[in-house]
Ligand binder design. Structure first.
Ligand code: SAH
Length: 344
């Protein structure tokens, strides 16, 4: 049994049961043994690959969108350029490269990264060497006097969720440690705090229907909205998820690019849940939701690919074309991944 599993079983033995949200938070973020705290999980040698790691064109398109919004708003300066969950720092590096030619943008940008993992902070430091960067563990410590330009890719899906299941009343799925040494689920009566935030469209469930609620996502987005109202600014969330609230179990674990049970490889596998963009949108000002494929295509990713192809060798050509496909094709990331833009 690995140390994190021992720790989790100990807590369950003391407390009786553990919410899935607490379990997920420990698996991903335990200070010593959490998944993100101990490793760089990206790429072919890791557990999963994200859009910025697939192709530089992703960050270039996001950079173009951010710069366009900034220009349209009359070039507020200075402003806080904030990324939540920046991974290796690749997206921010591509955004900065793509905006180098936008007069005044770099001079006005104060780069702030929100990152809990010391290992990934190191990677970000390296990728962004040459830029002045301030790191934060919480949204709360970001500057409170600057307009915000906010970006996050595959951040919300890493935040913990509770799962409720309907059996005549709402029951919460709790993690239990069984006598035969396995970990699994049992249900118990749900707290009122969770029932209070069930989306209205999910109020007539059938027996067995499951739904997911992330109190952490809700409070993060509420705090962001509050700051936008006070400080002005705009932003973008990119993630996989659903446009309308729906029943279903979307919690999944990935280990070396293969799905595994969330109770296997504790602290060694990535655990995520799909993002409920209806709920996220409901807290934010002036939202627009589209798919990643439509968003990148509208910004001209195909023309960008053509421009890159003109100066590429054969191997690079293959990468550019497969990157374009993976990012935009509906059967790849194009449809499942959503883009939510917002602004005050
Ligand atoms: N945006 C990057 C990485 C996505 S993985 C990319 O697209 O490649 C999720 C990122 O969010 C990691 O950097 C992880 O360490 C960070 N993260 C997860 N939960 C967090 C939390 N509660 N607070 C701060 N950062 C968190």
């Amino acid at each position: 049994m690995n140390p994190l599993e021992t720790l989790i079983r100990g807590e369950i033995a003391r407390e009786g049961v553990m919410s899935l949200a607490r379990y997920m938070a420990l698996c991903l973020g335990h200070p010593d043994h959490g998944y993100y705290m101990t490793r760089d999980p990206f790429g072919a040698d890791g557990d999963f690959t994200t859009a910025p790691e697939i192709s530089q064109m992703f960050g270039e398109m996001i950079g173009a969108w951010l710069a366009h919004q900034w220009l349209e708003r009359g070039k507020p300066a200075p402003f806080a350029l904030v990324e939540a969950g920046p991974g290796r720092g690749t997206l921010m590096a591509d955004i900065l490269r793509a905006t180098r030619g936008v007069p005044g943008f770099h001079e006005a940008a104060r780069i702030h990264l929100l990152e809990m993992s010391p290992v990934l902070r190191k990677a970000q430091e390296k990728t962004l060497s040459g830029y002045e960067v301030t790191w934060h563990e919480e949204l709360e410590s970001l500057p409170s006097d600057l307009p915000l330009v906010f970006v996050a890719n595959e951040f919300l899906d890493a935040l913990p969720v509770h799962q409720l299941v309907w059996g005549g009343e709402w029951q919460e799925r709790m993690v239990v440690s069984r006598e035969n040494d396995t970990i699994g689920f049992e249900t118990k009566k749900t707290d009122e705090a969770l029932i209070a935030v069930i989306p209205e469209s999910l109020l007539s469930p059938e027996v067995g229907d499951m739904l997911e609620i992330s109190l952490v996502v809700n409070s993060f987005v509420k705090e962001l909205a509050h700051r936008l109202e006070k400080q002005q600014g705009f932003g973008i969330f990119i993630d996989y998820g659903y446009a309308r609230s729906a029943y279903g179990d979307t919690v999944q674990a990935l280990y070396q690019h293969q799905p595994v049970s969330i109770f296997d490889r504790i602290g060694e596998a990535d655990i995520t849940a799909h993002v409920n963009f209806e709920t996220v949108s409901s807290y934010l000002p002036n939202t627009q939701l589209t798919t990643q494929g439509a968003f990148l295509t509208a910004l001209g990713i195909e023309a960008r690919a053509q421009a890159l192809l003109a100066h590429a060798n054969d191997k690079q050509k293959t990468n550019i074309l497969s990157g374009l496909q993976r990012l935009t094709a509906p059967e790849q990331m194009g449809r499942l991944f959503k883009v939510l833009t917002f602004g005050a």
